[in-house]
Design a binder for this molecule. Structure first.
Ligand code: UDX
Ligand code: UDX
Length: 428
């Protein structure tokens, strides 16, 4: 198939490279010229395991190319919208990139003679495809949706760090469609991939993505709530999970207690869902609490540090881990960034190290953080260590000998850690 993908971010590039590697002819359209140049030079602008190699192979075999020119989507059969949908300051979803891409796709579709399918792969608040994207495509093309061109929804469930693996081994493929023809086109993209394909209406498909992310976030805040109670009881929440997770109705996954969830999706999608609910006249009490518990984990970490270290003015705090989770360079909504801001507000100096995320953290933080070349350099001479991302290299116990350690990710076994450092787990 001839495929165009709008947006060369995590979702767009992974989708484009994966489809090109299956033998489809793919072009990636991005408004950022630097990104376009990098992709064409076989260099991924973002870090994702295996993506550089896959991009390189697909470009060499002429199956993939990047461009800044929307007109190049004209000869393709199907266009996947993968632009970002970040948060507005009030928590609502910022649809400006989605609207711009719908406008630009619409303008091209105006000149199209064949039949085109537009697929929304970005996460959008349920109702957005019907109420915002389809009307914009119609307005700017002068054509009628579901007659002259088709619209479908195909949410991504890619987890950063294992996104390519996730593309080829999905738990399910969700297709939202108004007419069979559009759903069939989307299903064709995944030919050869073994997974249940579930087809439904467009708004239902959008809601499935939000519900998945809301549930994952709820599991994390739930176990952090339980962990906070356990800590007061002198019970280890990780032992509790071993006994609880074995119940198939509950499951062992996403029950790692700690500093809380971050990333480009869970926090933003949850906030957008709470915001959208308010507009529908419903107050989602569970979801609001999930966000509150997540915020409180950060404040709890700060409180623990202050309780043990006293006034933070003039103290040097080492932060190990900046990315929102290991095996990514992504720092969007990473708990570490907020912890650093609060530490510095209280007068502490911060030394930090992350194997991949330091360049991104440097651009995101205006604070004067001392970025170190490795973990050993970061821990040297500090008053305490905060572990905020569970990178494998932070499991090296020699980093912590004789230090005061606050573990936000359970990188150390508490029983063992107590023998070589002054150890404090966030909720264990
Ligand atoms: C984003 C959202 O975070 C996610 O919820 C959604 O499901 C898919 O999009 P991500 O791929 O990580 O995920 O976003 P980002 O890395 O910001 O990439 C978006 C890309 O789109 C960027 O390369 C940006 O330059 C490009 N873009 C943005 C356009 O090409 N045109 C625009 O108008 C806006
Ligand atoms: C998530 C969803 O998993 C994915 O399906 C969706 O498409 C995009 O959002 P991602 O943001 O890549 O993926 O990260 P994920 O692995 O879900 O982790 C999210 C956050 O939760 C991370 O900050 C992680 O550290 C935290 N987390 C995860 C916990 O605190 N405890 C856990 O048990 C699991």
């Amino acid at each position: 198939m001839r495929i165009s993908v709008i947006g060369a971010g995590y979702v767009g590039l992974v989708t484009a490279a994966a489809l090109a590697s299956k033998g489809h002819n793919v072009i990636v359209v991005d408004t950022d010229e630097t990104r376009v140049g990098m992709v064409n030079q076989k260099k991924s602008p973002i870090f994702e395991e295996g993506l550089d190699d896959m991009l390189s192979n697909c470009i060499d075999s002429n199956h993939l190319r990047a461009t800044g020119d929307y007109r190049e989507i004209l000869p393709t059969d199907i266009t996947l919208i993968c632009v970002g949908t970040p948060s507005n300051p009030d928590g609502s979803m910022n649809l400006s990139y989605i609207k711009e891409s719908a406008r630009d796709i619409g303008r091209v579709l105006g000149a199209e003679n064949g039949h085109h399918t537009v697929v929304v792969r970005s996460t959008v608040v349920p109702g957005t495809t019907k109420k915002v994207i389809t009307p914009a495509l119609e307005q700017h093309s002068g054509k009628k949706a579901h007659m002259d061109f088709d619209v479908a929804v195909n949410p991504e469930f890619l987890q950063e760090g294992k996104a390519l693996h996730g593309f080829f081994n999905p738990d399910r493929i969700i297709i939202g469609e108004e007419e069979r023809r559009a759903g069939d086109m989307v299903e064709k993209l995944y030919e050869g991939i073994s997974a249940p394909v579930i087809r439904m209406g467009i708004t239902t498909a959008e809601m499935i993505k939000f519900t998945s992310n809301a549930f994952l976030a709820t599991k994390i805040s739930f176990i952090n709530d339980i962990g906070n109670i356990c800590k007061k009881l002198g019970v280890d929440v990780y032992d509790v999970v071993k006994g609880v997770g074995i119940d198939y109705r509950i499951g062992e996954y996403f029950l790692n207690a700690g500093i809380g969830f971050g990333g480009s999706c869970l926090p933003k999608d949850l906030k957008a869902l709470v915001h959208a609910s308010g507009h529908l006249g419903y107050q989602p009490l569970v979801l609001e609490s999930v966000l509150e518990v997540n915020r409180n984990q950060i404040l709890t970490m700060l409180q623990m540090v202050e309780e043990k270290l006293g006034n933070l003015k003039g103290k040097t705090v080492c932060v190990l881990g900046l990315a929102f989770k290991p095996n990514t360079d992504d720092i969007r909504n990473a708990p570490a960034l907020e912890v650093i801001r609060l530490l510095m507000e209280k007068g502490a100096s911060v030394k930090a190290y992350d194997p991949l995320a330091m360049p991104n953290a440097k651009s995101a933080l205006s604070e004067q953080v001392e970025y170190c070349r490795n973990a050993k350099e970061a821990v040297a001479g500090c008053d305490c260590i905060l572990v905020l991302t569970e990178w494998d290299e932070f499991k090296d116990e020699s980093l912590y000998h004789g230090k005061m350690v606050f573990d936000g990710r359970r990188v150390l076994d508490p029983g063992e850690a107590e023998t070589f450092c002054d150890y404090c787990g966030i909720c264990w």
